[in-house]
Design a protein around this ligand. Structure first.
Ligand code: 0A1
Ligand code: ZN
Length: 879
């Protein structure tokens, strides 16, 4: 760390800006090592509570060349300049401020601000990157009209793009040319973008529901021009969906997407000019899997949806990030559900939430969806802000219904179009549009941790009443403010027949009928819900559709889980019950392992597995999900101190035992799903591939079946099947496996996204000498520290997905990760800091690992010139 401790920023310190920037004219004279930026701003003083006249502009890593006020050049005595701020003391209420600076995009490996990727120029300004381009009031509540002139060498930069509409373009002497773009919508600077380079494009049009034609363009490197069709189709579907579902229409005449190879995140919603990680644009059947196709469809939708939820209505300050991200993730989830399958999407989202967000919320980085403080804002683009944020938005829809939610959205836009607002503004719009009091929802925004709800039942056979008691706790305690938790439940007999039960009269306010379910509204720390005229004790289906982001402890035991897994009308609960049975099986396995008893499958789990496998009425995607075991890390989450070796042994045993026990049925299912059709990204075809590859994974646990995987690999039908085959082979160090990996490299070494898959598969492999393998990958000529996708494909995958390899008892995995974090800290702090997470959960492991993980974290903390990004995560982890 540098000598002074980094500054913490607090939500409670928010103050409106004392200056506004009415318009900004930017001129970029692009040069790899000396780009000159001229920034002319029309400023007005707008006194805030502090009564301060000083104008404090943000600016970092740029060289100030000139500064002018109303045409007068300032001298160094006229301002204060340090590493972060340029402070002026203007005496006028309205004036023109002109600032000329220089920067070197070629040397910018942080991929924040203006940088180079594959020889092209591009920008990334969210959250606070604009201040590395020019001096500015870099905060989302300062909205301005942007005009951008780009001047560049024409042969190297045929394409010159910025936000809004092209207003002028022409050639200049010396082989240069320029373009001027004007954005007619006021925006915060984090939505600014510039792209220049030699790019190819595909074009299409979309006719909006009010009859305007929008010019749609996707720009990519020339070699990728054959991989843009799916992205374009996804964009058009998104535009249509947002019109149909929310009445939201696109507002500019042009919508551009640019795909770049070097990008820290998934994509960025810059107004009219989205910049995407190429991973979320490029696809053709030979190169992209179903998961990639779905990822593209949903990220394209996500960025498109931001045009209203984020851009037209933006955030007052960065603590409100979930206002745009939680809402936009919710919208993209709903979109994907509508495009593919609502229950499948719901289950996938819950899996993601549980395996990524729940641990974050239980670890040292836990924070509310509206964080109250940060050191480095970029560290708060988290699963909590995004995914839990989306769950909280979903709560409004669950409580108000789809129509009520839509009314709230309408009012939100009516009130706040063109403004920078807060999560309270969103909640008030939802409440006011529906004439309800939603003030209790506030607790979801400010309290961290996953709520635990414990359900208990009492059946009174004489009175024929069933009392269901729900009790909520947060971090083991009664929450400071009880949360409003909607719990959707249903009833059935032990024969699987649905039952209709009626609540007692006094419960009517806290209960709502929803189809064949009841929505219980838990608002107190503890609450009883009473049902009357209950002839026999029913099976209760809890938390249908995962109606709240909680951990629900139910009294359901194996017999109830078996009934639910087989008969529940709710697909989520059926899947959940299968998971619970699998978990029960593995938990008893862990105990057996610890007592050195032989491992067995729990009979009720094996029976349920058999019946799912044989069920011909079940949707194939749901079947694939039901037959997939919970991940080892999910099993680990059930323990206070993780019994790693036991979980690994039991997980391995369970897969093996199922493969042996059901080899016939699995093989039959596998073969029945072998279709000789060209790849289509379509629900049924996706489901078939998914189930087929789940079967393959089990089958490959038996050595005699490895040939099936080799055969599937060699067919080269599509990347989904090729990669699934390669993945199962990668865990076996056989000649076949080596041959397939080699062949894959030969085929794809020139396609960076496919090559990432080759790196990932090897980084995730469950092989004994994984450390040597990781080191080899790091030394491979195609490994690049400056490319985030490549780094994630090795180090991200190793730390997050190779649970057993990373947690080797010797601690070599921890050391390796720490060394790599230190190395990346100097190259790209955002990427370095994101790699730390797997070490941060050290307190949950056994004493040996605990010590080694802590030492690894301490070695990072002891590094000189540690970035704020890494410092914040490591210091919180060690606290
Ligand atoms: N707003 C983008 C994600 C994003 C966030 C931060 C970035 O740099 C630090 C880049 C992109 C989204 O939600 O899609
Ligand atoms: Zn977003």
């Amino acid at each position: 760390m540098s000598s002074s401790l980094p500054v913490t920023h607090y939500l409670k310190d928010y103050q409106p800006s004392n200056y506004q920037i009415d318009s900004i004219e930017l001129t970029f004279d692009l040069d790899p090592l000396a780009t000159r930026v001229t920034n002319v701003m029309q400023m007005t003083f707008s006194p805030n509570a502090s009564d301060d006249r000083r104008l404090v502009l943000n600016g970092q890593k740029i060289t100030l060349l000139e500064c002018w006020i109303n045409g007068n050049l300032l001298s160094a005595e006229d301002y204060d300049l340090d590493d972060e701020f340029l402070t002026l003391s203007p005496s006028l209420d309205a004036f023109e401020l002109k600032i000329v600076t220089q920067c070197a995009p070629q040397n910018n490996t942080s991929l924040e601000g203006l940088y180079r990727t594959s020889g092209n120029y591009c920008t990334q300004c969210e959250a606070l990157g604009f201040q590395t381009i020019t001096y500015y009031l870099d905060r989302p509540d300062v909205l301005s009209f942007f005009t951008t002139k780009i001047i560049a060498d024409k042969s190297q930069n045929a394409v010159l793009l910025s936000n809004g509409n092209l207003v002028e373009a022409s050639d200049l002497p010396d082989g240069k040319h320029y373009a001027v773009w004007h954005d007619p919508f006021k925006k915060p600077c984090y939505l600014f973008a510039l792209v220049a380079g030699n790019l190819s494009l595909i074009q299409d049009t979309y006719q909006t529901m009010d009859g305007r034609l929008v010019d749609l363009r996707i720009y990519v490197e020339p070699q990728n021009i054959d991989k843009c069709d799916h992205a374009m189709a996804s964009l058009k579907k998104s535009m249509q969906w947002d019109e149909e579902r929310y009445g939201l229409v696109y507002d500019l005449d042009i919508y551009m997407i640019v795909a770049v190879d070097d990008f820290n995140m998934g994509a960025m919603e810059n107004k009219g000019l989205n910049v995407f990680n190429s991973k979320f644009v490029l696809a053709k059947p030979e190169t992209a899997t179903d998961v990639d196709y779905e990822g593209i469809e949903s990220v394209i939708a996500h960025e498109y949806f931001h045009n209203w939820t984020g851009n037209r209505v933006t955030c007052r300050d960065w603590f409100q990030l979930t206002l745009k991200e939680g809402l936009t993730v919710f919208r993209d989830q709903e979109f994907t559900g509508d495009m593919l399958s609502i229950p499948v999407k719901r289950i996938e989202d819950v899996k993601r939430l549980r395996s990524n967000q729940f641990p974050e919320d239980a670890g040292p980085m836990a924070h509310p969806i509206q964080p109250q403080s940060y050191i480095e804002m970029n560290n708060f683009y988290t699963m909590t802000v995004y995914e839990k944020g989306a769950e909280v938005v979903r709560l409004y829809q669950t409580l108000l219904g789809r129509d009520g939610f839509r009314k709230g959205m309408d009012l939100y836009f009516q009130r706040h179009d063109g403004q920078a607002v807060t999560v309270e503004d969103f909640r008030n719009a939802m409440a006011d549009a529906n004439h309800v009091d939603l003030s209790q929802m506030q607790a979801w925004y400010v309290q961290e941790g996953t709520p635990v709800v414990t359900a208990k039942t009492h059946y009174d056979a004489k009175l024929q009443t069933l009392t269901l008691s729900l009790e909520q706790t947060l971090k083991g305690k009664v929450p400071q403010q009880p949360l409003m938790i909607p719990v959707l439940i249903g009833f059935m007999g032990y024969d699987g027949q649905p039952l209709t039960l009626m609540p007692s009269v006094q419960d009517k306010n806290s209960l709502e009928e929803r189809g064949d379910s009841w929505l219980l509204k838990l608002t107190e720390p503890k609450q009883d819900f009473i049902f009357e005229q209950v002839a026999t004790y029913p099976v209760i289906s809890y938390l249908r559709d995962f109606s709240a982001p909680i951990i629900l402890k139910t009294p359901n035991a194996l017999p109830e889980l078996e009934v639910l897994a087989q008969y529940d009308s709710n697909a989520f609960v059926r899947w959940e019950s299968m998971q619970a049975l699998a978990l029960a099986s593995m938990e008893q396995g862990v105990s057996a392992y610890q007592q050195q008893q032989p491992l067995t499958l729990l009979p009720s789990f094996a029976a349920a597995f058999a019946s799912v496998l044989a069920d011909s009425s079940l949707d194939l995607s749901l079947k694939a999900l039901a037959l997939t075991l919970p991940e080892m890390t999910y099993v680990a989450d059930q323990y206070t101190e993780i019994p790693l070796e036991a979980i690994q042994a039991v997980h391995q045993f369970t897969q093996q035992a199922l493969a042996e026990k059901f080899s016939q049925a699995l093989l039959q299912t596998y073969e029945s799903l072998q279709v000789n059709e060209p790849y289509r990204y379509e629900k049924q075809a996706i489901a078939q591939r998914k189930l087929k590859n789940v079967c393959l994974k089990y089958l490959a646990k038996l050595p005699q079946n490895l040939a099936i995987a080799v055969n599937q690999f060699e067919q080269k039908s599509n990347m989904t099947d090729v990669l699934s085959a390669l993945e199962v082979l990668s865990h076996h160090q056989t000649a076949d496996s080596a041959k397939c990996l080699q062949a894959f490299y030969q085929d794809w070494s020139k396609d960076s996204l496919v090559l990432d898959k080759w790196f990932s598969i090897q980084a995730a492999a469950q092989v004994p000498d994984i450390l040597a393998q990781i080191n080899q990958l790091l030394q491979h000529p195609d490994f690049k520290y400056t490319n985030p996708n490549r780094v994630r494909s090795v180090l991200g995958v190793f730390g997050r997905l190779n649970w057993v390899g990373f947690h080797q008892a010797s601690g070599t995995g921890y050391q390796l990760l720490a060394e790599q974090v230190i190395k990346l800290n100097g190259i790209n702090p955002q990427i370095a800091s994101r790699l730390v997470a797997p070490l941060s959960h050290w307190k949950r492991y056994d004493s040996g690992r605990r010590l080694l993980m802590r030492q690894a974290l301490e070695s990072i903390l002891a590094t000189e010139n540690l970035s704020k990004d890494v410092y914040e995560i490591v210091s919180r982890s060690l606290a």
